[in-house]
Design a protein around this ligand. Structure first.
Ligand code: SF4
Length: 326
């Protein structure tokens, strides 16, 4: 059976961007392969952060993932820092990775520009990602296209370590991408990828009233100024959200109404709000149930951590042995 690994930062409550961009796909994949979904809290500390907030956000993310439909009986949802072998393997991979390859990573260059002081952790971030994946010998990684470069580096690291320390066959698999169908969700400002730090998101657990308050003023086709102007759905973020949330016949209807000025953008957004509501009702219900019984989250994370540590310890036993530590 294939083994899948993917991770998400503990950014707090899930929003529809990371739901559509990753988590919805994870829910569909669980059970099709042995699946590991990780809350990557060590990745979250490469820039300045508040420890109390990290603790809360890790918890909120665990609740969000379970509410979104990840089922602890069909997949393993765990917290990275519960398995110390992630950082041990990352250190080992540091020693087979040239600094130049890390400096060429597009995400590093983008993020480093925004920091006053760049930590070694930010530079080494993709090495920890490689360790996350390879610790579980995962061969499939659901990713968006913005993560393909990092995944390629994971393959290079696996290949290089295998060449040096695995002469009797490749111990680490070279993980392949499983591209997520809905890859990139723009924020309600229509300017940038949906992201909590940009303040352009809709939270997965927000109420219908809160969602409508955000959706109503959201940016649409900038050339559609008057109600009677025909619009161009493909340039409108609301249309793309319809494609993610609405039924196929509704999407067709939206395109027709838009291009013929048959309705205004507020009408269009009301239909979208209904479609979002249909998707979010069961998620909110599961979240409520988990809030009433928070011990279920603790139990799920503790069981998952034990399972992950068993696998991780076996991987590190082999790694230590082949590298001369045992
Ligand atoms: Fe966008 Fe809908 Fe307005 Fe067309 S009618 S511009 S798809 S919000």
């Amino acid at each position: 059976m294939a083994r899948i690994f993917s991770g998400i930062q503990p950014s707090g409550e899930l929003h529809i961007g990371n739901y559509l961009g990753a988590v919805k796909n994870w829910v569909a994949l669980q059970g099709t392969a042995e699946s590991f979904f990780c809350i990557v809290d060590y990745h979250a500390i490469v820039v300045a952060y508040d420890p109390a907030l990290l603790r809360q956000r890790r918890r909120d993310m665990a609740l969000g993932l379970l509410a979104a439909g990840l089922d602890p009986d069909r997949c393993t949802v765990f917290v990275q820092s519960d398995v110390p072998e992630h950082t041990e393997l990352a250190w080992i991979f540091n020693t087979v990775t040239p600094v130049g390859e890390l400096e060429r990573q597009t995400q590093f260059k983008d993020k480093a520009q925004k920091q006053e002081s760049v930590s070694a952790g930010l530079l080494n971030y993709p090495i920890l990602q490689a360790a996350d994946i390879l610790l579980y010998l995962a061969d499939r990684v659901p990713v968006g296209d913005d993560q393909l470069q990092h995944l390629e580096l994971s393959r290079v690291i696996a290949r290089r370590w295998n060449a040096q320390f695995s002469s009797d066959g490749d111990y680490f698999p070279e993980p392949q991408p499983l591209l997520t169908p809905t890859r990139r969700i723009m924020g309600l400002d229509g300017q940038a990828k949906m992201s909590k730090s940009m303040g352009n998101t809709i939270g997965l657990l927000e109420s219908p009233e809160e969602i409508w308050a955000k959706l109503r003023p959201a940016v649409t086709d900038p050339k559609r100024i008057k109600r009677t102007d025909p619009g161009t759905p493909e340039v409108c973020n609301i249309y793309h959200l319809h494609k993610a949330f609405s039924a196929a016949d509704t999407v067709t209807h939206v395109a027709t109404q838009c291009t013929t000025a048959g309705w205004g953008c507020v009408d269009c957004k009301r239909v979208l709000a209904d479609s979002i509501e249909t998707e979010l009702v069961p998620i909110r219900a599961r979240a409520e149930s988990l809030r009433r019984e928070p011990g279920r989250i603790d139990d799920a994370l503790a069981t998952a951590a034990r399972r992950c540590r068993d696998i991780a310890q076996e991987t590190m036993r082999v790694v230590r042995d082949r590298m001369g530590f045992a």
